[in-house]
Design a protein around this ligand. Structure first.
Ligand code: SF4
Ligand code: MG
Length: 325
């Protein structure tokens, strides 16, 4: 199959005072080779927990309780720490929003890239250093021979994110998970980093899982998109169809809150209300308290994922049970 990653029925629960809290509640999706999958939703929808479940970097109180994470056909859920260490950084890498928290302030960036490489490959010091310089150059850092000996605080935010990308790609992983990689950066630098990721993807045929709350970033980067809400997938679509016509009312709301290109002063229409607490999810459709189309059935029954033109949407409007009014 051309699936690099296949996530099936993934459930990750948090144990909170002996209550099981469903942070990820039955999530399915695939990432094909060379494809970018966008995962969109507001914070608290389960995007990051999904990523951390794949890499098994969960907090101690979180646990995968069901499902499979098939990477090249092999289920990662049952692997132990030692086996996961071989995969992390080498076959699947992750970059986070704030590089300052993932870079160690006490070591030079060259040393840290070197360590990322040496976890997986036996190289002598000199070769490691020149590989680090090479990686810095690849991600567009000027004067890489000099920068390689600098500490994270000596670099700008954009450059630190480039260093993170260099580290993440240093072992040529097949899958790169990027969790809000540009959220902390200003708009210009954000555009540069996305450009960089796109060109590196072309060059190395890396598949990317791009986690973001920003549908603009997804439009820029992704081939397919899943929209998450309250720990579930509410829409799964190719990117073009999603932008042409969002199906789920939540996706529609996210779309309406994007700044308008032709009239940037036009006030953004944010979705009213907020993401429900996972400790106390509403009965029925999790989105009903915020949904302009909600009807009686929505408050009582949980919608399934319905298939519509090769797309999937978790909403009764597509079940034949209710109509938009
Ligand atoms: Fe809105 Fe009902 Fe669809 Fe939920 S199932 S998104 S409440 S219309
Ligand atoms: Mg997050």
């Amino acid at each position: 199959s051309d699936y690099l990653l296949e996530v099936k029925g993934l459930k990750t629960y948090f144990n909170h005072f002996n209550k099981q809290v469903p942070a990820v509640n039955g999530v399915d999706f695939v990432v094909r080779k060379g494809e970018t999958l966008g995962i969109v939703g507001e914070s608290g929808c389960g995007k990051s927990v999904t990523a951390m479940s794949i890499l098994k970097l969960l907090a101690p109180e979180a646990k995968i309780v069901d499902g499979q994470v098939l990477f090249k056909g092999k289920d990662l859920v049952g692997l132990n720490d030692r086996q996961m260490t071989r995969i992390r950084g080498n076959e699947i890498s992750i970059i986070f929003q704030e590089p300052m928290t993932s870079l160690n302030p006490a070591y030079t960036v060259g040393y840290q890239i070197g360590e990322a490489i040496r976890t997986h490959q036996k190289l002598d010091k000199k070769t490691t250093r020149s590989r680090a310089v090479e990686m810095l150059k690849l991600v567009g850092i000027p004067d890489p021979d000099k920068r390689v000996d600098e500490y994270p605080h000596e670099l700008s935010g954009g450059m630190r994110q480039r260093v993170m990308i260099a580290m993440a790609l240093s072992c040529n992983p097949e899958l790169l998970i990027a969790d809000e990689p540009t959220t902390a950066l200003d708009v210009t630098v954000q555009a540069q980093i996305l450009e960089l990721m796109k060109s590196l993807k072309e060059k190395f045929h890396t598949s990317i899982m791009m986690i973001t709350h920003d549908l603009g970033v997804v439009a820029e980067m992704a081939d397919y998109v899943i929209v998450m809400y309250a720990g579930t997938v509410v829409e799964y679509s190719d990117v073009k169809s999603l932008y042409n016509k969002p199906l789920h009312p939540y996706t529609e709301g996210l779309m309406n809150s994007l700044p308008k290109i032709d009239d940037p002063k036009d006030k953004l229409e944010a979705i009213p209300g907020s993401v429900p607490s996972l400790y106390d999810l509403p009965n029925g459709c999790s989105f009903w308290p915020r949904c302009p189309y909600a009807q009686e059935i929505c408050k009582q029954e949980k919608p399934e994922l319905y298939e519509v033109d090769q797309r999937k949407v978790r909403c009764f409007l597509y079940s034949g049970k209710i109509e938009r009014r």
